[in-house]
Write a protein that binds this ligand. Sequence first.
Ligand SMILES: [Zn+2]
Length: 250
Amino acid sequence: MHLHMLFDVMLKLSRLKNLCWLAGYARQEYKFDKFMNQIWELNPKAHEWLMKKAVEPSQWALSKDGGYRWGITSTNMAEYFNNAFRDARYLPIKACVEFTFNQTMELFLESRKLLSDCRYPLPKYSWDKYVANQHKARGHEVQIFHEANGFYTVVTGRRPNKRGGNPHYVNFRLGTCSCQKWKELRFPCSHVIATYYSLSMNPTKLIGEVHTLDAYVQTYSGKFQPLRHPRYWAVVDCNFTILSARLAKK
Ligand SMILES: [Zn+2]
């Protein structure tokens, strides 16, 4: 999310930057409103910038985007690769190609090794998330609201910090929970897991296909051929003109 960085440059206030980040990631509207009110109290101009002047909240806040975040994995994938190849930025072109090739190959090899060492039903990151949600689900209380419509109320367990005790609404017919995580991530939240357990059903069936081991295998199934000696490389005339004498030498 680059908006909060722009926001930081503009205002240079870390408290506002954090609140901007929290408002953007809040999945529930009341949480978005809570963080935006705090921004307004600190700096009404910042509030105005975020709500009217910069971009529409539907373009940067999860609670306002109508669930469109799901399916747009390309943004995160682009960020992931951008981060992996950051060091290649100022290299000469040949070194840049070699670096990119070797980094990609290493990334695929590491991921395949992680997969072969995996002893869980899901990739480790997803499995840890599932187990954490399962643990939370044990403290929740499930009430049947309308069984025929698949509508349940889940009250979260009280925690030592006096938080919890919040009601959430699970609707199996629509595949939604009021926390918004199930629909957005295609991964069962603790409220959905608690409901499934109360019905003696297995919640792992609700885990979206993209989180499975099969999807992980598919992602890193690409094969690489070794780079041949440059004498075998095809000559391509791209009609580029390198203006800087310093760069031409590279
Ligand atoms: Zn939920």
